[in-house]
Write a protein that binds this ligand. Structure first.
Ligand code: APR
Length: 231
């Protein structure tokens, strides 16, 4: 049965009250990427980075999945084939909505990573400089999220899924960050039908077979219902 691969970005969580990055007043209008989302920024001033992610971690813990997240869980449970969700988001809202086997290519706010021994553990709500690693005791823990200049996680697995996707759907991403922005080309080369659901056309909109504009909490449930009706 047809495999569906879905890529999600910050836009799917916007209606859960979590800010996006590049929309008007977004996170990158409030913070310098080089200060809070690069290894160099963390080395220079880890306290600033922890403060940025602590605020997002607390906010994400209080956020609720919206009808778009819930519709993707419904699709996973009712589609006769595999539904793979690859997310650029670190907010954990797909799992909160009941989705399974979500591939977190940019890591998660819930994760902590030791830069001394690479041990991973569940981060406390607020991380601070000198957070001791439970494995080696080193005082160099960081949020387990992927920063600019770092390789996203699970790329081989993601390309395997794209290679045999029948449908590739991109939801709530501006298509400005690679490698995710090129997934539509991989899917097209595999012969997949490609759909973009976004508030505004992304930078890559012209590469999709179909573009459905509107808020995800409205467009995603409608798209899922139509897909299941036609399956
Ligand atoms: N419904 C659907 N789409 C929406 C909504 C909404 N309610 N609100 C905003 N959008 C769309 C915007 O039109 C935009 O195209 O979501 C997209 C958000 O784009 P970005 O802010 O660039 O977020 P994203 O594409 O996820 O960024 C990718 O960049 O900074 C890095 O690591 C960060 O994972 C992030 C990556």
């Amino acid at each position: 049965m047809e495999k569906i691969v879905i890529l999600t970005g910050a836009g799917i969580s916007a209606e859960s009250g979590l800010g996006t990055f590049r929309d008007e007043g977004g996170l990158w209008a409030q913070h310098r990427i080089e200060d809070v989302a690069t290894p160099e920024g963390f080395a220079r001033n880890p306290a600033v980075v922890h403060k940025f992610y602590n605020a997002r971690r607390v906010q994400a813990a209080q956020a609720q999945p919206n009808p778009a997240h819930i519709a993707l869980t419904h699709l996973q449970r009712n589609w006769p084939g595999e539904v793979i969700i690859v997310t650029q988001n670190v907010d954990g809202l797909h799992e909160a909505a009941g989705s399974e086997n979500v591939i977190h290519m940019h890591g998660t706010l819930a994760g902590a990573l030791c830069t001394t021994c690479d041990h991973r553990w569940v981060a406390p709500p607020e991380m601070s400089v000198g957070e001791p690693c439970p494995a080696c005791g080193g005082p160099t823990a960081r949020p387990d999220v992927v920063w600019f200049g770092e390789m996203p996680y699970f790329m081989d697995l993601i390309y395997d899924h794209l290679a045999n996707a029948a449908i590739f759907t991109s939801i709530g991403t501006s298509g400005q960050v690679y490698p995710a922005a090129a997934f539509v080309h991989e899917a097209t080369m595999s012969g997949a039908r490609t759909v973009e659901l976004n508030l505004d056309p992304s930078s890559g909109a012209s590469s999709f077979d179909q573009v459905i504009l509107g808020p995800a909490s409205e467009t995603v449930p409608r798209w899922v219902q139509k897909l299941l009706r036609e399956s």
